[in-house]
Design a protein around this ligand. Structure first.
Ligand SMILES: [Zn+2]
Ligand SMILES: [Zn+2]
Length: 95
């Protein structure tokens, strides 16, 4: 094993993980600190972040169809279902 590879302890799962030379060079070039968690935990964290983008049950403001939206029920944003949205877009074109 090359000495240039660094062994770090993952902050999350406490497992040792390796930061290879290219990787540490990459972080250095970018002026970033070395990762404090292993690649597995990083991937998991990314997945969790994606899942946080929650979808709420809403109804189309035009036809009342149930749909899922990133906007909450009580948010001020007008939410259209796909059909109404296309109607709306198409409609504005013919005006
Ligand atoms: Zn980990
Ligand atoms: Zn609709």
């Amino acid at each position: 094993m090359s000495e240039k590879n660094q062994k770090l302890e993952c902050e999350k799962c406490k497992k040792e993980f390796l930061v290879i030379e290219q990787e540490s060079n990459f972080y250095k070039r970018k002026g970033l600190p070395l990762p404090s968690i292993c690649s597995e935990c990083r991937r998991e964290r990314r997945n969790n972040l994606r899942n946080k983008k929650q979808l709420f049950e809403r109804t189309c403001d035009k036809c009342g169809t149930n749909l899922k939206s990133t906007y909450k029920k009580n948010s001020k944003f007008t939410v259209y279902c796909e059909k109404c949205y296309f109607d709306y877009m198409g409609g504005s074109e013919t005006l």
